[in-house]
Design a protein around this ligand. Structure first.
Ligand code: NI
Length: 220
């Protein structure tokens, strides 16, 4: 008859209200996540306006000069007229890079002749070890049309900066400096035939998902 009666809301009710409030907050976060995901997966035409907004807010991509896996000096202009599917990684990567490059290769297989208008590119973030000849062997493991790009440390630093790629050397335990790993972001970039940024695919996107997205653009 004392404090509990004085409070307009009994303790048990308070706990229930709190639980409902927490549940609603979680629901809102999930709804926001689903909305974001839907925007990411909207078909091309309705996304164009938003993509342009993204470009003005954060510019991704730009000119580069690198060396391809045949030893030829190339720039972004060499891929004009083609969609570019770009992955930044390194050949010594034990797990994530091979998976992502495998997905790119799978997408190219699924697309078949349509994929002729897509250029898969692997740009190394580890130019010290990813030499021209080493990259030549590596990209051939994935797809005959995959092009590996390397360059001087300065050229690679410039292109990773332009694409806002995070990459940093992680020294191996035990101090063997030549056996380092690289910490790096694992997005796949899709650039248009004019070189402009279209979208990012998160790490883990399957080859079939990539192919479905690309097919819609190539058919349109
Ligand atoms: Ni990797």
């Amino acid at each position: 008859m004392t404090s509990a009666a004085a409070s307009p809301i009994p303790g048990g009710m308070k706990a229930r209200i709190l639980r409902i409030a927490v549940a609603m907050a979680i629901g809102l976060v999930i709804a926001a996540g689903i909305a974001w995901w839907q925007v990411q997966n909207e078909p091309q035409p309705s996304r164009t306006a938003r993509t342009q907004e993204t470009q003005t807010a954060v510019s991704i991509g730009g000119p580069f000069t690198l060396t391809d896996h045949t030893g030829k000096t190339v720039t972004d202009q060499d891929y004009q007229g083609q969609y570019r599917l770009i992955y930044f990684g390194y050949s010594y990567c034990p797990d994530v890079c091979p998976t992502e490059l495998g997905s790119m290769a799978r997408a190219m297989e699924v697309l078949g002749p349509l994929g002729d208008r897509v250029q898969p590119l692997m740009i190394t973030i580890d130019p010290e070890r990813d030499t021209v000849s080493h990259l030549a062997e590596y990209v051939a493991l994935f797809h005959p049309r995959m092009v590996g790009l390397t360059g001087t440390p300065e050229q690679v630093a410039a292109v990773t900066k332009a694409y806002r790629v995070y990459a940093a050397k992680r020294p191996a335990e035990g101090g063997k400096t030549e056996e380092y790993l690289m910490d790096h972001s694992g997005f796949l970039y899709l650039m248009g035939p004019d070189g402009a940024f279209i979208r990012i695919f998160p790490a883990g996107t399957t080859g079939d998902e990539l192919a479905a997205d690309l097919r819609a653009r190539l058919a349109g």
